[in-house]
Design a protein around this ligand. Structure first.
Ligand SMILES: Cc1cc2nc3c(=O)[nH]c(=O)nc-3n(C[C@H](O)[C@H](O)[C@H](O)COP(=O)(O)O)c2cc1C
Length: 191
């Protein structure tokens, strides 16, 4: 099972890095598997701790994918790490094993500490659609434009029907990025 969360890590100087990451559950362990190159990867090598933030604010997912990484955090309780202000809950992780790989190394992590901050208020289809669209945006360079257009058209239905203001804003940020990519692809097609 993979849980889509926001992972925060820190470099040697304590600078916080925020990135959407799919955490792989393996028994009691959580695996962080960053594709190279990655700041999350570099930070985990320098400071083998992370915080996984369980959030329903999809603006953070869309923001990180569109260059808006400056979200408010506070220090974690038990590890050198940072907790997002929006976290409904978070887990503080310590790396117990590093499996290197030329494409996608894996950090096996143990949960050191967990806290809950707010209630889970149920599923929202627009939130799920934004997370799917954020994944598409993270793969724009690998996917054919017609597949992107098809999936965006389908995901957009859930956004139209069920979004609140934050989901609409998140969707707009992602669609702006898709439009930029489309324009670039068209220019390259012409030249
Ligand atoms: C829902 C979601 C899950 C993601 N999961 C991963 C992942 O497991 N590994 C990864 O390298 N990137 C993942 N990405 C893409 C990263 O968030 C993005 O490429 C990020 O900038 C990672 O690079 P960084 O560590 O340099 O920030 C995911 C993106 C989204 C929207």
């Amino acid at each position: 099972m993979i849980r889509e969360t926001i992972v925060t890590t820190q470099d040697r100087d304590g600078r916080v890095h925020i990135a959407p990451i799919g955490l792989i559950e393996e028994g009691d362990a959580l695996i962080i598997a960053p594709f190279r190159p990655s700041t999350t990867l570099d930070n985990l090598r320098a400071n083998p701790y992370a915080v996984t933030n369980y959030i329903d604010d999809v603006l953070v997912f869309a923001g990180c994918l569109t260059g808006r990484r400056d979200w408010k955090t506070r220090p974690a309780s038990r590890v050198p790490g940072a907790v997002l202000a929006q976290a409904l809950a978070h887990a503080e992780l310590a790396v117990t094993r590093f499996d290197d790989d030329p494409v996608r190394p894996r950090f096996r992590c143990r949960v050191v500490h967990e806290e809950t901050h707010g209630p889970f208020r149920g599923f929202n289809r627009a939130q799920a659609a934004v997370v799917e669209a954020a994944i598409l945006v993270s793969r724009l360079h690998m996917l054919p434009m017609d597949k992107i257009e098809r999936e965006i058209a389908y995901l957009g239905i859930a956004v139209d029907k069920t979004a609140g203001p934050r989901e609409r804003q998140a969707w707009e940020w992602l669609m702006q990025r898709v439009a930029e990519h489309r324009a670039k692809a068209e220019t390259m097609g012409e030249s």
